[in-house]
Design a protein around this ligand. Sequence first.
Ligand SMILES: Nc1ncnc2c1ncn2[C@@H]1O[C@H](COP(=O)(O)OP(=O)(O)O)[C@@H](O)[C@H]1O
Ligand SMILES: [Mg+2]
Length: 374
Amino acid sequence: MALGLETADGMNPYEAYFEFALDALILIDQQGHIVRTNSAFHRLFGYLPSELQGKPVEVVVPERLRARHREHRRLYMKSPHNRPIGLNLNLAARRKDGTEFPVEIGLTYAEGTNGAYVICNITDISGRLAREADDRRREALTMLGTTVAGIAHDLNNPLSVIISRAELLLMPGTELVGQTRADVEVIYRHARRASRIIQDLLALTRQDPKPHEVVNLNDVVGRAVLLVESQMLREGKKVLADLATDLPAMMGNPVSLEQALVNLLSNAHDAIGPGGSVTVKTARSEHQADWLELVVSDNGCGIPAEAMSKLFTFLYTTKPGGTGLGLWLARRTTIEHGGTIEVYSKAGEGSTFVLRFPAAPSIHAASAPSSTAS
Ligand SMILES: Nc1ncnc2c1ncn2[C@@H]1O[C@H](COP(=O)(O)OP(=O)(O)O)[C@@H](O)[C@H]1O
Ligand SMILES: [Mg+2]
């Protein structure tokens, strides 16, 4: 391989290129024995320089592929030519420690003074394959998200009709009595549940936070309580609102905040039995100036100590028909509002969720709509 191209400092640029090339390189002779390997090869395969000299090249091929590789090599040597191999072939290489990784390989054939050689340049493509798999997964998720959002949106309208008709039928003073009233109540309860799941799915597939505006948190509480209270009353459960009259305004999205609160109320509703109650309280924070507090407490079943750390985990649920989305979404909404969420609970003694939000800058507070909830 002496090409007579040494530079003034005695370095052969071809040697230098071989040694320091980015790709892992192996020089093999016509019989498939390793003549030389470069630095990138040693880094990638975990061998020391010269450790493989004279060994058949199949040592770097996984055992299960060696026989096939030998056959390919024999055929190649019969009519050698420069070519890439491995594109779309799922080729694998084997490190010294026995682990495998996917590769693409280029073959360069060279006639030297002492016979023919083949230089194999080996590219580790595990990073690229992982990125491609990630892209495919992301694409599939985006498509799934769009489909789910479409279906959820289409289901919303018929469900709203079912809910409002059932609400009319259940109004006090209607002719609905006995078993029929009980059945409509069941229809209403399940339609409400389906509607909440749909709202959660829509929130889940949403990419960007909803736009923020000046919000009076008491109004949000008023609307959320209105949504849940008739059903709770019919089940002998109470929901109480304890709203601060001096509550500063906050910046936020009223729909997202209402949904987060409805999720907390619906959990409280599930946790209490007949005779149980839920209280929603708003207040100026006593601990942080210019912060608001929203506290939802119930006297229901409480949360066992071992479950506390899992509550806000995506899809965590202990309910047979639960989705495990409610608290995850409530936490996401809280964070999107620059706030915090904490939970205090003891099994058998009820639970308290405390959400804290920064107040809007005072210029907004002055123009916040006044509370109509009571
Ligand atoms: N107020 C509460 N009282 C008791 N357990 C609760 C309360 N809120 C949440 N949990 C527990 O947290 C879990 C997760 O709640 P959530 O994310 O809303 O999902 P889901 O209501 O669909 O189960 C519930 O399954 C329940 O075990
Ligand atoms: Mg829930």
